[in-house]
Design a binder for this molecule. Structure first.
Ligand SMILES: Cc1cc2nc3c(=O)[nH]c(=O)nc-3n(C[C@H](O)[C@H](O)[C@H](O)COP(=O)(O)OP(=O)(O)OC[C@H]3O[C@@H](n4cnc5c(N)ncnc54)[C@H](O)[C@@H]3O)c2cc1C
Length: 210
């Protein structure tokens, strides 16, 4: 059994790497477990335009490489492993990974979130290349373009209304003949000149080039 760590951070996305800068500066012996490539889901996009200090935008791979170096500069180590279980034993937590056991005094869970996918042909290939799950993150990339939002709940209509600030036209594609969202959002969608609703429509495939 290895010596107990001070902190195990699960996930080397932006949150996990940022946390490691703080734990490292606090001189806590820190290990980050990452099941994939350090950097997290921001690596799925080509350009980050909303990170302060980079008026021209920044390539996410470069940004995350700098996050990683920053965390390592203060002593954090990164290990490739997937955390499967966390158990409390006495004063310690035991993180069980696929490859090893990590006893630690504290655990920071920074595993991010996963967007619910439609599961359509073409969706994975075009994610970050026209398919997005976050209007506030990516809306500006679609300035003056015609876009489609799939769904009919509060989130879909909120995102659609947000996109009307940038986009030329916003089509809301909904599989039913009425929305599930709160009425006030529906009223705003119907009143907006840029929106059009396609009722009773189920998307079957997403196609396109880069
Ligand atoms: C296509 C796309 C474009 C985006 N564009 C922007 C943008 O321009 N600007 C912006 O601000 N935001 C953008 N975002 C959102 C941004 O990527 C997220 O807000 C951010 O990555 C969240 O960081 P996080 O560290 O919380 O989680 P994540 O980035 O999801 O990182 C979590 C990490 O934990 C790892 N992990 C999960 N479970 C385990 C486990 N059990 N064991 C070990 N490791 C584990 C994952 O592999 C992952 O690396 C975009 C997202 C996507 C998908």
């Amino acid at each position: 059994m290895r010596e107990p760590l001070d902190v195990v951070i699960i996930g080397a996305g932006p949150a996990g790497l940022a946390a490691a800068v703080y734990t490292g500066r606090a001189r806590l012996n820190t290990l980050i477990l990452e099941k994939g490539m350090p950097g997290g889901q921001i690596l799925l996009t080509d350009l980050v335009e909303n990170y302060p200090g980079f008026p021209e935008g920044v390539v996410p791979f470069q940004l995350m490489e700098d996050f990683r170096k920053h965390a390592e500069k203060f002593g954090a180590k990164i290990e490739t492993d997937e955390a499967k279980k966390i158990q409390k034993q006495g004063d310690l937590w035991h993180v069980s990974g696929v490859k090893g056991e990590y006893p630690t005094r504290a655990v920071i869970i920074a595993t991010g979130s996963v967007y619910r996918k439609l599961g359509l042909p073409g969706e994975a290939k075009l994610t970050g290349r026209g398919v997005s799950y976050c209007a506030t993150c990516d809306g500006a990339f679609f300035k003056d373009k015609e876009v489609a939002v799939v769904g009919g709940g509060d989130n879909a209509l909120t995102e659609a209304l947000f996109l009307t600030k940038f986009c030329r036209a916003v089509k809301v594609i909904h599989r039913r003949d009425q929305f599930r969202s709160v009425k006030i959002l529906q009223e705003r969608i119907f009143a907006n000149d840029k929106t059009e609703v396609l009722w009773d429509s189920v998307v079957e495939e997403i196609s396109g080039e880069d």
